[in-house]
Design a protein around this ligand. Structure first.
Ligand code: IDP
Ligand code: MG
Length: 143
């Protein structure tokens, strides 16, 4: 399935605003299949590990803090060309710069609380999906 999966998180503020349903609806309407999904709260060590690539960036500490501030919905998604198509659906990192009609533009509050995560490469999608979902909890699109 390489090339066809991505990992998303509905971030704490969007969850708190009760936007999870509307965001998931955007995702499935865009042709993505939900392979796995759950609601959970990241621990600080989990968030630190997930965002380890950013550990030297000035926003790392705040990012870990905000990502652990409340529950998230994490979902593994399947679609042809998943990485690129999902990044297009969510828009740029900063909601203010994201195109009209994108998830981040419509549900994001600021560059940190930008509503959703999306994997940036096939390699990272696999790492991120393995981080959250054992194979036994994945249910791919039927036939
Ligand atoms: P991405 O989520 O669009 O892939 P990344 O550069 O990977 O963006 O950054 C990861 C997350 O870190 C972003 O989604 C956002 O929540 C946060 N972030 C990125 N840049 C900044 C910044 O300049 N200030 C505050 N938070 C940031
Ligand atoms: Mg990223």
């Amino acid at each position: 399935m390489t090339g066809n999966i991505t990992l998303t998180m509905i971030k704490p503020l969007a969850f708190r605003n009760n936007s999870s349903g509307n965001i998931l609806s955007r995702i499935t309407n865009a042709g993505f299949w939900i392979v796995a999904a759950k609601t959970m709260q990241l621990s600080i060590p989990q968030a630190q590990k997930f965002y380890e690539v950013h550990k030297d960036r000035p926003f790392y500490k705040n990012l870990v803090e905000s990502m652990t501030s409340g529950p998230i919905v994490v979902a593994m998604l399947e679609k042809e060309n998943a990485i690129e198509d999902y990044r297009t659906l969510i828009g740029k990192t900063n909601p203010a710069e994201a195109a009209e009609g994108t998830i981040r533009r419509d549900f994001g509050t600021d560059i940190e609380a930008n509503a959703v995560h999306g994997s940036d490469s096939d390699e990272n999608a696999n790492i991120e999906c393995d981080f959250f979902f054992p194979k036994s909890e994945r249910f791919h699109r039927p036939g």
